[in-house]
Design a protein around this ligand. Structure first.
Ligand code: ATP
Ligand code: MG
Length: 430
């Protein structure tokens, strides 16, 4: 126990300690709580230190010179202890919560409750520990220390009730499973299923944020596997869930996500949706479906563009007779930014198609022309050389030239392209 207190004493930054000291000197209780206490004890970077206090928000505002009334209705005041956002300390009044009728936020909060009640409203036992720097005391009413030792996540109190009150908590539970590399306690895991109707009421932005956090962990399967088992995936990504038939398919899906580099994780999450018949073709139907799904989940346009394009080519490794021209045609269908990522997604397969990956990497490294803009001739030069007027024919000819250059990049010289264009112009019968 002594070592826990010592570790916390060393970890608390001076400005946070000062904020607690000011509150304590005025006769209030002030403790650090939540994620930072947990992370400091786990040897993780604690990030932001949150302070919880018995002082009413009005008293907090009076006690400090520089404050920002961040969320007074929830009892949160930001104390500015220096220059820059990193000096801000969020101070929140101990609060209890009324009922949750909308599964997202309590109907009302009450101030003036004891610390233990404030800790009891928190989601997970490892998030419900506090440290009082003034008294040099570690407060752990629900057994957070044992849970950390057992690398276990338990809900505070009855899991079904806690998860049902606020549907986001089930996402947080699986997110922490991945982030902390902890396992959900069986009873807590069993509480997720009955609470899924609450998850459906949570804003997609918040669900998206949790998914992003899961995907950026070392091993996302540690969160996605329980998310799949408990039907969280069925709730938030029903189209993906529907494709995850037997356990082999699930294992393959999770393995690919874990192996994928960060930028292609979202594409690998959506990969089961891909239903191409011909692995040599860009599957526009898949791309559109994936884009629609990610849009509903409020991913950013850049994330949607990359992930949807990549899922459109996700099954390319199934083709066993790739030639460089075919690979160029496929890469040409992708946006410039997506192309290198396609090779990364393919490389994350359990048994990567090394011929395909190798060809793609070589084509990109050698900067083969893959778009009209890469041609050795511009539209203006083409019009001049062929004495053409602006119009759709110019674009058509450039597109046809690109098709030839994709077959054979050595054709990408000014002279060859002009000669080709002249022939094409005759064929097109201007
Ligand atoms: P991180 O900042 O790494 O996401 P955290 O545990 O600090 O993790 P925050 O969202 O910063 O998470 O919340 C701070 C604390 O507030 C948590 O540790 C937890 O005690 C409590 N908390 C946050 N969200 C909820 C919630 N939805 N239900 C119950 N308690 C919550
Ligand atoms: Mg935090």
């Amino acid at each position: 126990m002594q070592d826990v207190v010592e570790r916390l004493a060393r970890a608390v930054p001076a400005n946070v300690r000062d904020v607690c000291a000011t509150l304590t000197a005025a006769g209030h209780q002030a403790v650090t709580v939540g994620g930072a206490v947990r992370d400091a004890l786990l040897g993780r970077d604690p990030g932001d230190w949150d302070v919880a206090t018995s002082a009413h928000p009005d008293e907090v505002l009076k006690l400090f010179r520089h404050t920002i009334p961040t969320g007074l209705q929830h009892g949160t005041v930001t104390v500015v202890t220096g220059k820059g956002a990193h000096t801000h300390v969020e101070v929140t009044t101990f609060r209890g919560e009324g009922a949750y009728t909308d599964a997202r936020r309590p109907d009302h909060v009450v101030f003036g409750v004891p610390l233990i009640e404030d800790l009891a409203r928190r989601d997970l036992v490892v998030n419900a520990m506090a440290y009082d720097p003034a008294k040099h005391e570690f407060i752990d009413p629900f057994g957070g220390r044992e849970d950390m030792a057992a690398r276990r996540l338990r809900a505070v109190g009855n899991a079904v009730e806690r998860f049902t009150e606020d549907g986001l908590r089930v996402m947080r539970a699986v997110r922490f499973a991945a982030q902390l590399e902890f396992v959900l306690d069986p009873e807590t895991e069993a509480g997720i299923g009955p609470a899924l109707p609450s998850l459906a009421k949570v804003s997609r932005e918040r669900v998206c944020e949790e998914l992003r956090k899961i995907l950026s962990t070392r091993q996302p399967s540690l969160g996605l596997s329980p998310a799949h088992r408990t039907q969280i995936i069925a709730s938030i990504l029903p189209a993906v869930h529907a494709r995850l038939g037997d356990s082999m398919v699930v294992a393959d899906w999770l393995g690919r996500i874990d192996r994928a580099t960060h930028d292609v994780r979202l594409a690998s999450l959506l990969e089961p949706i891909c239903d191409v018949e011909d692995p040599y073709l860009y599957d526009q139907r898949t791309v559109t479906r994936v884009a629609d799904i990610l849009k509903e989940l409020k991913f950013s346009n850049a994330e949607i563009e990359l992930a949807s394009q990549l899922t459109g080519v996700a099954r390319a490794p199934r083709g066993d007779a790739w030639t460089p021209p075919q690979v160029r045609h496929l890469l040409a269908r992708l946006g410039k930014h997506s192309r290198p990522h396609a090779a990364l997604l393919w490389a994350a397969d359990a048994q990567p198609n090394s011929a395909l990956v190798g060809m793609a990497q070589q084509i990109l490294a050698e900067k083969h022309p893959l778009a009209v803009g890469d041609l050795a001739i511009t539209g203006g030069e083409l019009m001049k050389a062929l004495d053409m007027k602006p119009g759709p024919a110019v674009g058509r000819i450039l597109a046809l030239l690109l098709q030839r250059v994709l077959e054979d990049p050595s054709l990408n010289t000014r002279e060859t392209l002009i000669a080709d264009a002249q022939k094409l112009e005759l064929e097109l019968g201007r």
